[in-house]
Design a protein around this ligand. Structure first.
Ligand code: IPM
Ligand code: MG
Length: 388
């Protein structure tokens, strides 16, 4: 194909992308005007059990999810017995099945997930290149999980961070739909919508207000990405005007990654509000400061659905090196705590938080390091069980 043809094709597909994204933004705006859909799950006190979908994923996912299920079965023993809660296995999110079906999340699997109130999901592998989209990205989009919420704490340094990462747009929304003139150039797209930014900004400021925080750091690279990040920052400041007493500060992502490594300033940050990719990167850094990506949990929430997971991926390298059973389940156990809180099982969430604090911060009798020198995931799971 000559270059002219590539350009014509790209221009045509760009029009389609623009129309699609504009439609998405308009639908979000419409949704807002009608009022958010009624919340889901235990938090609404709906009749019937709170259905918790359990999708192990692949790689180290199956290992750490086994520990999560063990802990949930003990914590929720009475609720499972009396029919107030149900743990429902969702198969089919393995890489083999996704490749076989040629779908990031096969339709039947998505339908099953939508029947649950919340989903606890193990990490899923995304092949590099190729056309298979990440299962995470697909689920976040299909379930409209626009807020990725990631807490990070380092008590001995007085660090108590809460990250609000926009979860459905930015570099991710069209990440598998870039254009290419083979051997010559490639171009990906980044999208910021007005409605998409407003809703994540409101989530961050609502959280700040509700938890007595006084500062929100807006993290972008608006000096370079003038349209997408420039508008993200502007809209966040507009939203901030509705929250008197909460200071909204602009930071660039590069200096923010440096600041998180600076003990003299990092404890002063409270709430972070960021577009998708910066949030992805900064939360891995923050998790590492907390004790490793294996220690950090994450909530993906929208108006209707919610999905809880570890911040890290499926660690294929650990699997290849035969280290899967040494993976740290603390990350997914933290996600379980967030999930229990979200579904209204507050006392169970508190009990798990306390047990995790004892195991990870106070006693540290069983320590997982991700290597053969450390404990196995199952030993740590048993350790947590012994504290419940
Ligand atoms: C995360 C992960 C995902 C992401 C991957 C697995 C697609 O890194 O949840 O942070 O990039 O969002
Ligand atoms: Mg990540």
């Amino acid at each position: 194909m000559d270059d002219r043809k590539y350009i014509d094709e790209a221009v045509n597909s760009f029009r389609v992308l623009l129309e699609e994204q504009l439609r998405r933004q308009d639908e979000m705006t419409k949704g807002e005007a009608c009022g958010a859909e009624e919340g889901h799950a235990g938090k609404t006190g709906k009749p019937g059990p709170v259905v918790i979908g359990i999708a192990p994923g692949d790689g180290i996912g199956t290992v750490i999810m086994a520990e999560a299920e063990k802990v949930l079965r003990k914590l929720l023993a009475d609720e499972l017995d009396s029919g107030k809660a149900e743990l429902r296995h969702i198969g089919g999110l393995t890489l083999e099945n996704r490749l076989a079906k040629g779908a990031a999340v096969p339709k039947d699997v998505l339908d099953e997930i939508k029947k649950c109130d919340v989903l606890l999901k193990g990490p899923t592998t995304t092949p590099k290149g190729g056309s298979l989209e990440s299962a995470n990205v697909t689920l976040r989009r299909e379930l409209d999980l626009f807020a990725n919420i990631r807490p990070v704490q380092v008590p001995e340094e007085d660090i108590n961070w809460m990250f609000f990462r926009e979860n459905t747009e930015g570099e991710y929304v069209l990440g598998s739909r870039g254009i290419e003139i083979p051997g010559k150039l490639s171009m990906d797209f980044k999208v910021t919508t007005d409605a998409g930014t407003r809703r994540i900004a409101r989530a961050a400021f609502d959280y700040a207000k509700g938890s007595g925080k006084t500062k929100v750091a807006i993290v972008t690279k608006a000096n370079i990405m003038k349209k997408t990040d420039g508008n993200f920052s502007r809209i966040c400041h507009e939203v901030a005007e509705d929250y008197p007493g909460i200071e909204a500060d602009d930071w660039y992502i590069d200096i923010m990654t440096a600041n998180l490594l600076n003990p003299a300033v990092r404890k002063d940050f409270q709430v972070f509000l960021m577009p998708n990719l910066y949030g992805d990167i900064l939360t891995d850094e923050a998790a590492e400061i907390q004790g490793g990506v294996g220690t950090a949990g994450s909530a993906n929430t929208g108006e209707r659905y919610a999905m809880f997971e570890a911040v890290h991926g499926s660690a294929p390298r650990m699997v290849e090196e035969g280290l899967a059973e040494y993976a740290n389940p603390a990350s997914i156990l933290k996600a379980c705590e967030m999930m229990l809180r979200h579904t209204g099982f507050t006392d169970k969430a508190d009990a798990l938080a306390k047990a995790l604090h004892t195991c990870l911060e106070k006693e540290k009798a069983v320590v997982v390091t991700g290597t053969v020198d450390g404990a196995k995931a199952a030993d740590f799971g048993d350790y947590v069980l012994s504290k419940l």
